[in-house]
Design a protein around this ligand. Structure first.
Ligand code: HEM
Length: 349
């Protein structure tokens, strides 16, 4: 599409200054510390997200399946064609990171449904099935340990101790994180569970997953090393020039006994223990926002939030959902704060 379209009319966008608003709560101070630790790890790149800094926006639609409405009464899950905006991203907080760089994984997929009349709802997922820790407090310790390890001079001992005490963090760090061949060929996990409520008021817990239409093999090491820095956005552009790209929005249902409050524990989705899954619907991407400068400008104005929900979908008691909602809001405020300075990176965007 030639202009920003649905993506350009960002309805959740409220410019905020860091030094406005009520005094910081205890939680906000902790979240500020998390953001400081992320800045310490990746450096400051004004205007860009502190993590998942490099991304690309595409637009299209979502159509719910016939069964989605049995699980949730949410307006976008009743079968009408809903406009969507998708932001694919690399994990790193460095906006110029090469798509083959090891810090580019996991990849992100943020999905916005435009429900009309100003109503929006988001899903924020990444390409790793799980998370290093289950609580915001543990994540703060983890981020501080990483920041200490990458500082000059670095101190890796804090991270070593943390990992020794937290098996899920070790699992996360040790797991292979192969580079996808295409953003549209990867699988993305919502990680945190939500409560889905249908028209009869029946609640069920589940986790989102977004599957490619056809799973594609990841790059091998040689292909990854040789891959051009922007191959993923280029790939998306050329795929969409050739025609629409579809992905499937899945819901992995919790089984009795599953802990819906801890995203660091993944639930099997293949093999004999695989949880029941429901195909919620199909995402059809049709356009990359063009030109490139407009794509980047709109990315900067948008902020996606795992807590931006509508009737029929509620947060579970997973503490990460509320924490992430507030942290992303604060991160957005920081990237628009008055201490923002133009840099080479920002000017190039
Ligand atoms: C307490 C845990 C977490 C913290 C502190 C955190 C922090 C952040 C921050 C600060 C941003 C930038 C937001 C912005 O400026 O708009 C971000 C973006 C993002 N995070 Fe997280 N995150 C956490 C957990 C997760 C989890 C569990 C996932 C995956 C399910 C995830 C996936 C993403 C993605 C995909 C983005 C990019 C969103 C976009 O495209 O705008 N994060 N995160």
């Amino acid at each position: 599409m030639a202009d920003g379209g649905a993506a350009g009319s960002e309805k959740g966008y409220v410019p905020v200054k860091k030094d406005e608003g009520p005094p910081a709560s205890g939680e906000d101070r902790q979240y500020d510390e998390m953001l400081d630790a992320l800045y310490a790890t990746f450096g400051r790149h004004p205007g860009f997200r502190v993590t998942h800094a490099k991304g690309v926006l595409a637009t299209g639609s979502f159509t719910a399946s016939a069964v989605a409405g049995l699980v949730t009464r949410a307006a976008h899950m009743q079968g009408a064609k809903i406009p969507v905006t998708v932001r694919f991203s690399n994990f790193s907080g460095i906006p110029s990171v090469g798509d083959g760089d090891p810090t580019a994984d996991p990849r992100g997929l943020a999905l916005r449904f435009d429900l009309g009349d100003g109503a929006i709802t988001d899903i924020v997922a990444h390409s790793f099935d799980g998370f290093p820790v289950g609580t915001p407090q543990q994540f703060l310790q983890f981020l501080k340990a990483i920041a200490a390890a990458v500082a000059e001079p670095g101190d890796p001992t804090v991270l070593e101790r943390f990992v020794a005490d937290h098996p899920s963090a070790k699992r996360y760090l040790d797991a292979p994180k192969p580079a996808p061949r295409s953003y549209a060929g990867a699988r993305y996990f919502g990680v945190n569970a939500y409560k889905f409520v249908n028209a009869e008021g029946l609640p069920r817990f589940g986790r989102y997953r977004i599957d490619p239409a056809v799973a594609e093999p990841n790059l091998d090491d040689a292909e990854r090393a040789a891959a051009p820095g922007d191959f993923l956005a280029d790939d998306l552009r050329s795929r969409l020039l050739a025609g629409p790209v579809t992905m499937r929005l899945m819901l992995q249902m919790a089984r009795a006994g599953d802990d819906v409050t801890d995203g660091s524990v993944s639930w099997p989705w293949a093999g004999p223990d695989a949880r029941e899954e429901i195909e919620l619907g199909t995402i059809t991407l049709t356009d990359v926002v063009e030109p490139r400068s407009e794509n980047e400008r709109i990315q900067e104005e948008l902020y996606f939030s795992p807590g931006r929900l509508v009737d029929g979908i509620e947060p579970s008691a997973d503490p990460m959902i509320l924490a992430r909602s507030r942290i992303y809001e604060m991160a957005f405020a920081r990237r628009h704060s008055r201490d923002r300075q133009p840099t080479a990176d920002a000017a190039a965007g």
